[in-house]
Ligand binder design. Structure first.
Ligand code: ADP
Length: 273
């Protein structure tokens, strides 16, 4: 087993497994104890991901979908920036999901997500996703309980259909501790360059920390499937988080092994004057 395969095994949630987020170490510095080495590794992963995406695009048969979830300040934006910073803008799409619009609410909850999925050849990243509909929607009781209850299976069926149609799915839950969130929110208040990111509404969600953790645990238990696995990523240390996500994305693309298409002509058929 390679180092990356061992990492995947460590952080992937097995189907039916019950993760206790309170018992999970959100730091995990022992995996990448040296910050500089971890950052250098992420750089290499980011370059490799770009090369693999080029092959994915040329092959034009499959897509990779990366789903990112995490509480406010967990580092979804930062992870995208670090892991995909070398990927050609031509080959990647990022969609952020906020509170649904009136039109989105007039459809089923998967409608807006389906429209945002990557076409063949692309890597598509969801910054928040359909999982908000079993997280924030559950915690704030925005729909009845029995509607939430049906959604886990609906999501699993939806994701299965996607994989059967050529989309490989990777899901990452960025796990930070309550203390680290406190620090990050305080930084947003204190640092004039970060103040724009501070949303007083985040404090309201922080009051519901335990309910959110429960909702995440249920989501991980019910929706980590063989075809669309969840990974719980220790995210208190940004360099640890980036290196783990980068290595799993790279390994997954390598396993997909996209290939440049064969052409129907020989080099000698053409003489370009
Ligand atoms: P972010 O925190 O991702 O940088 P915002 O500050 O705009 O972006 O927050 C987006 C907000 O939208 C979050 O509070 C999130 O819980 C909320 N949201 C996303 N999807 C839904 C949904 N389906 N129903 C209700 N709220 C949602």
């Amino acid at each position: 087993m390679s180092d990356t395969q061992a990492l995947i095994k460590k952080f992937r949630v097995k189907p039916g497994e019950r993760v206790k987020l309170r018992d999970e170490d959100a730091g995990q510095e022992s995996i990448f104890p040296d910050k500089d080495i971890a950052k250098a590794a992420t750089d290499v992963f980011a370059k490799d991901i770009n090369k693999l995406q080029d092959r994915l695009y040329a092959e034009n048969k499959r897509a990779l979908l990366v789903v990112l979830q995490g509480t406010d300040t967990a580092g979804k934006d930062g992870t995208i920036t670090s892991v995909f910073r070398e990927t050609s803008p031509l080959g990647v799409s990022v969609t952020a999901f906020r509170q649904p619009s009136e039109e989105e609410l007039a459809h089923d909850f998967l409608w807006r997500v389906h429209k945002a999925l990557p076409r063949r050849g692309m890597i598509g990243i969801l910054n928040r996703s359909h999982y908000e509909d079993v997280l924030v929607v559950k915690v704030h009781h925005l729909v009845p309980k029995d509607v939430i209850e049906q959604r886990y299976e609906q999501i699993n069926a939806f994701e299965k259909m996607l994989t059967e149609n050529g989309t490989v799915i990777l899901k990452f839950m960025l796990h930070i501790s309550k203390g680290e969130q406190k620090q990050r929110l305080q930084d947003r208040v204190d640092d004039p360059n970060k103040r724009w990111k501070f949303n007083p509404g985040d404090l309201k969600d922080r009051e519901h920390w335990d309910e959110f953790q429960d909702a995440y645990e249920t989501m991980l238990h019910r929706c980590s499937t063989p075809w669309a696995p969840w990974h719980v990523i220790p995210a208190d240390k940004k360099w640890v988080r980036d290196a783990i996500v980068g290595s799993i994305v790279k390994e997954t693309l390598e396993e997909m092994n996209p290939s440049y298409p064969e052409v129907s002509w020989k080099k000698s058929d053409f003489k370009i004057s």
